[in-house]
Design a protein around this ligand. Structure first.
Ligand SMILES: Nc1ncnc2c1ncn2[C@@H]1O[C@H](COP(=O)(O)OP(=O)(O)OP(=O)(O)O)[C@@H](O)[C@H]1O
Ligand SMILES: [Mg+2]
Length: 326
């Protein structure tokens, strides 16, 4: 097949003057090299398209592909991850991973939680704070956790995100509102173990390939899988494949959320255990990082005995089946 690849290359945005943090979710050149290499090893011809504006220009000038491997996160708006899929839908070109509805919904952690709550999936209670005055109305028991409503890669998340008093909450929310220019989601703090569940497939065919426990050591910022800890994971974090009863329950919560939201092909669901020992849904990553060594999903797949090329092959096979290309 002739497979196009859409992505946001971090270097390109840094060269345009965006900061390290603004571009933290974007991909390194070696991630694109690895995906491209795996696709070619699987026998496909590849075409590196790049970001949504490059895609738009290529489409207008008549370029077409059998399938697009899409990992573009986009730059602006709640629909940023949905922009490439929406454009590909206009031209009826099939693509990997989720559609515009899912990618817009799941970027917004609050809206996603409302939908999952409706399905009876456990997720911490929350309040959306749009301005500092809203903090007065937060009726959750402390400690709470405050984070930007639509960021990833630990952006805006540090030990300070765990908040013990209302006055502290007001100052944390003020800081996040100012810096990220979007609402803050304030949740009940989950004190238990943290697991990220890898999922491959779509709907009834989806399987949880494993639950990876995130264990922070003495070097780490305590209690939170923060931006700093993610960035310095080699010295701060130990990752373990977990197979006990709690991990099994985490896999079930993750799979129900994945299916319920309609996510496609592969991704990760982050789960944390509440004070009663129940794994709760935190957030879903339907465009999970795919660096062969540093990203959680390939790492987890490796622990579960699935190599990088095999993982990319499973994503392509799943997408082809969904689109009737197989
Ligand atoms: N309600 C909560 N209670 C306790 N810890 C939490 C809570 N919400 C988030 N965290 C901590 O903050 C981390 C990051 O939160 P979350 O997964 O929502 O952010 P993210 O930046 O989108 O993550 P990713 O890098 O997976 O995209 C979690 O992995 C967890 O350690
Ligand atoms: Mg997360």
């Amino acid at each position: 097949m002739n497979i196009g690849i859409t992505y946001d290359l971090r270097e390109a945005y840094l060269a345009e003057g965006y900061t390290e943090e603004e571009t933290a979710e974007f991909d390194r050149a070696d991630t694109i090299d690895a995906i491209d290499g795996a696709l070619r090893e699987l026998g496909h011809a590849t075409d590196r398209i790049g970001h949504v504006r490059s895609l738009a220009a290529r489409l207008v000038s008549g370029a077409r592909w059998d399938l697009v491997f899409n990992i573009a996160e986009g730059l602006k708006g709640y629909g940023r991850e949905a922009q490439v899929p929406a454009l590909l839908d206009v031209y009826a070109i099939p693509y990997t991973f989720s559609d515009p509805l899912v990618l817009s919904l799941t970027l917004h952690k609050g809206m996603t939680k409302r939908v999952l709550r409706d399905m009876g999936i456990p997720t911490p209670d929350f309040v959306q704070v749009e301005n500092p005055a809203d903090v007065a109305g937060v009726a959750l028991p402390f400690p709470v956790f405050a984070k930007p409503v639509a960021e990833g890669t630990g952006k805006g998340i540090s030990s300070a995100s765990k908040v013990r008093t209302r006055s502290e909450l007001e100052s944390v929310c003020r800081g996040l509102l100012l810096k990220y220019r979007q609402p803050v989601i304030v949740e009940t703090f989950l004190p238990g173990r943290e697991l990220t569940v890898g999922i491959v497939g779509t709907g009834e065919q989806a399987i949880a390939i494993g639950a990876m426990e995130v264990v922070l050591n003495g070097e780490a910022e305590p209690e939170v899988y923060s931006y700093f800890n993610k960035h310095n994971y080699e010295s701060c974090v130990e990752y373990r494949l977990a197979t006990d009863a709690v991990a099994q329950a985490a896999r079930e919560v993750a799979l129900s959320a994945w299916r319920g939201l309609g996510c496609a092909d592969a991704g990760r669901v982050d789960v944390r255990v509440d004070a009663d020992g129940i794994p709760n849904f935190l957030e879903v990553n339907p465009l999970a990082g795919l660096h062969p060594i540093h990203s959680d999903l390939p790492m987890l797949a490796g622990m579960a005995g699935i190599g990088y090329r095999e993982l990319i092959g499973m994503i392509i096979d799943g997408a082809m089946r969904r689109h009737g290309l197989a």
